[in-house]
Ligand binder design. Structure first.
Ligand code: C2O
Ligand code: CU
Length: 481
């Protein structure tokens, strides 16, 4: 550590002590310092992807650098990324760095934080890797179609001192609605998907391929970084006899724990870092099954054990992750805010449409407060077009609690840009793993409280990450000022 430049040494010390502030981190990684900056280029363009094995053809898709997913961008914590994005699509685009605490102007939200990148144009994003963890990037322009056609990729920020494992593996999960000839169904953004569970597909992929098997050895320890890049599908992964340990959610360390009911549940946009010890017998095959939806049990991939073990039993190395420099909210001075989600099929939309058919005045109560002809509502308002006006303004550098109620019949992964938040309670019961997340999956009728220090100034998107719900009005802007 003593050979490092002073700024980096101070940064690492502060990181270790958990006292580095966002401002401090930004100050120390000043753009002029060439060392520690990594340059990347992403080119968004139509291309082809081998999603499904032969004899099927390749699938026409939209790609970053000719691939689905796009390249894994990987830096060390404290480094600075400079990403040049070229738009070779036939429509405008942007790139959002999901879960990263970047300055507002680098957040990639069209019309809110930047002009969209026009056809043939280039835009340079530059920001510091403040938090270590598993993140991802994707367009924020017509995301339901651009992400749905394959524009996304993983972004990994390495800890200075990661836990010891034999192998580190990233699995970017997706779910596609493919035709018989392995082409992407063209029905993007239809009203049925929007008002129900979103665009649920028929083909799941890992890293852009329908997976066959994953070769492992008994005794091996793998750090598995999972990213759910699907528009709408929620994954609930069952590793059967293996007992994965969750060490991070949405990139942020949690108290290491086994997932409830043995299922690793990931809503769209969510990530989990798992420590997976390969404990089955040499030569065996173990299926990894997605069983989130009760009527749909899906064999995702097999763990295929080599005949020769690596070691006889799991290693007893520590699994703890170093903390990220997140400001701890202060419960004593917290400001409270309430947010209610409404709408969707079997919810208020049905009532409203029935109300409509019964003529003026047929809708009552809550319905009278809904504006616009959106499908989903946040505090009675459905977003239309580009959302610019804040629905909520949070005083900067203060602690806030947002109490959220899902008054719909559907799951919603709710995402806030520019911050990570602690999930402190679900239906009134305190959470127990010190969860820090940027996307929280809310079950139907569930009530969730989140808390965070609003230390990142700017206008930030707040939306459901089922991309059809977002397009159907389930988004707003939260201002930190
Ligand atoms: Cu992953 Cu507003 O996005
Ligand atoms: Cu939703």
């Amino acid at each position: 550590i003593h050979n490092l430049p002073l700024s980096r040494r101070r940064l690492l010390t502060a990181l270790a002590a958990g006292t580095a502030s966002l401002a401090m981190l930004r100050l120390m990684s000043n753009p002029a310092r060439a060392a520690g900056r990594k340059n990347f280029s992403l080119r968004a363009a139509p291309g082809r992807a081998r999603l499904v094995p032969e004899p099927h053809g390749e699938t026409p898709a939209w790609c970053y650098n000719d691939a689905v997913p796009g390249p894994e961008l990987r830096v060390r914590q404290g480094e600075r990324l400079r990403v040049t994005v070229e738009n070779a699509l036939a429509e405008e685009t942007t790139v959002h760095w999901h879960g990263l605490r970047v300055p507002n102007a680098m957040d990639g939200v069209p019309h809110l934080t930047q002009r969209p990148i026009g056809v043939g144009e280039t835009f340079v994003y530059e920001f510091d890797a403040v938090d270590a963890g598993t993140f991802w990037y994707h367009p924020h322009q017509r995301s339901f179609e651009q992400v749905g056609r394959g524009l996304y990729g993983p972004l990994i920020i390495e800890e200075a001192d990661p836990p010891r494992v034999d192998r580190e593996v990233t699995w970017v999960l997706d779910d596609w609605r493919l035709t018989q000839s392995a082409e992407i169904g063209e029905d993007f953004g239809n009203r049925h998907d929007m008002s129900h569970g979103g665009r649920i597909g028929n083909t799941a992929t890992i890293n852009g391929r329908v997976p066959e098997e994953f070769a492992v050895r008994r005794g091996e320890r793998v750090r598995l970084r999972l990213v759910n890049a699907a528009n709408a599908r929620i994954f609930g992964l069952d590793f059967q006899d293996h007992a994965p340990t969750v060490i991070a959610l949405d990139g942020q360390p949690v108290t290491p724990h086994e997932p409830a009911g043995g299922l690793v549940v990931l809503g769209p946009a969510m990530r989990a870092d798992l420590i997976l010890d390969m404990t089955a017998e040499p030569g065996s095959r173990v299926q990894v099954i997605d069983r989130f939806y009760q009527d749909l049990e899906y064999r995702l991939i097999d763990l295929a054990y080599d005949d020769a073990p690596l070691r006889d039993s799991a290693p007893n190395w520590s699994v703890a992750l170093p903390a990220n420099p997140l400001p701890e909210p202060d419960p004593a001075t917290v400001r409270r805010h309430e947010i209610v989600f409404n709408g969707g099929m079997m919810g208020d939309m049905v009532m409203r449409e029935m109300g409509g058919s019964m003529g003026e005045g047929g809708s009552s109560g809550m319905m009278g407060m809904m504006h616009g002809d959106g499908i989903w509502f946040i505090n009675g308002k459905a977003a239309e077009g580009h959302v610019l006006d804040p629905m909520l303004t949070l005083e900067r550098d203060r602690s806030h609690v947002i109490a959220m109620t899902n008054a719909t019949a559907w799951h919603h992964p709710i995402h806030l840009h520019g911050h990570s938040f602690r999930v402190i309670s679900r239906n009134g019961a305190p959470t127990i793993h010190r969860e820090w997340q940027d996307t929280v999956l809310m079950a139907p009728r569930e009530r969730v409280e989140i808390t965070f220090v609003a230390d990142n100034p700017g206008d930030w998107m707040f939306h459901c990450h089922i991309l059809e719900h977002q397009a159907g009005g389930m988004m707003g802007v939260i201002r930190v000022a």
